[in-house]
Write a protein that binds this ligand. Structure first.
Ligand SMILES: NC(=O)c1ccc[n+]([C@@H]2O[C@H](COP(=O)([O-])OP(=O)(O)OC[C@H]3O[C@@H](n4cnc5c(N)ncnc54)[C@H](OP(=O)(O)O)[C@@H]3O)[C@@H](O)[C@H]2O)c1
Length: 239
């Protein structure tokens, strides 16, 4: 099984929360981590220092910014071995109230940006010897949540995109997905979170490190594991 030593991995949305956990974990495993952020400059700088890496800013809604980001990362490191598409948006809206702007707000990052990040990563990886992509989806891409129809659609799209790209890029590049369940950061008292934790068979919420474990597995598994989705959800999807 290949290890992460010296591997160059870009983690999007890595300043805070799950992305930060993934970045720190990959760095502990020996990877050189490119820490992407949008607004969280201070937190990104802290994460980059803790990772011994560099921070890169981009608004992923815009394909030209995605192209610039990958150009900067490839120029800085000379190669790219891994991409973790973690950046995303989340909103809760009654589907009968969702506007075009609400729909685009979610899909422009969760699906469109994720696709163009995969495309740009694959173009660099093909030049530099292959690599691995992990898309952070959601249990909401596997199970229907009535108040998050637009979000569920974006994450289900991300899962199908993962599988189709895995086929398109096989041999050189693996494409897999981790689907988190409930991973709170201080919002454990919110009624929505409390209710979900109560019905999680594991009896507790998950942690960023548990998501990072699954990411690490995919990035080190070799090219015989591709197009796969692993739910890291304490059994919540089994309800
Ligand atoms: N937390 C959970 O319970 C949970 C459950 C299921 C799935 N997930 C998935 O796991 C991943 C991480 O979750 P999280 O809760 O840690 O995420 P989050 O805090 O909601 O978002 C992660 C980061 O995405 C970045 N981002 C958002 N819009 C962007 C844009 N236009 N351009 C560039 N970056 C943008 C933000 O960066 P800046 O802060 O720098 O602006 C943000 O810090 C997401 O894909 C999420 O859908 C999480």
């Amino acid at each position: 099984m290949p290890d992460m030593d010296g591997k160059i991995v870009l983690v999007t949305g890595a300043a805070r929360r799950i992305g930060r956990g993934i970045a720190l974990r990959l760095a502990r495993e020996g990877a050189r981590v490119a820490v992407h952020y949008h607004h969280s400059a201070r937190e990104a700088a802290e994460t980059a220092v803790e990772c011994g890496g560099h921070a890169f800013q981009a608004n992923l809604e815009n394909v030209a910014e995605i192209e610039r980001l990958f150009h900067e990362v490839a120029s800085h490191y000379g190669r790219l071995d891994g991409l973790v598409n973690n950046a995303a948006r989340f909103t809760q809206i009654d589907p009968l109230q969702v506007t075009e702007a609400d729909w685009d707000f979610i899909h422009s990052v969760n699906l469109k940006a994720a696709f163009f990040c995969c495309q740009q990563a694959a173009l660099v990886m093909k030049r530099t010897g292959g690599g691995g992509i992990v898309n952070i989806s959601s249990l909401g891409g596997l199970r229907p949540w009535a108040d998050h129809v637009h979000y569920c659609a974006s994450k289900a799209g991300l899962i199908m995109m993962t599988q189709a790209l895995a086929k398109a890029l096989a041999q050189d590049i693996t494409v897999n997905s981790v689907a988190p369940g409930v991973i709170p950061f201080g919002e454990t008292d919110e009624p929505r979170i409390r209710k979900l934790v109560e019905v999680t068979p594991a009896g507790r919420p998950g942690t960023a490190d548990e998501i990072a474990d699954a990411v690490l597995y995919f990035l080190t598994a070799g090219n015989f594991v591709t197009g796969q989705v692993i739910a890291v959800d304490g059994g919540l999807g089994l309800r």
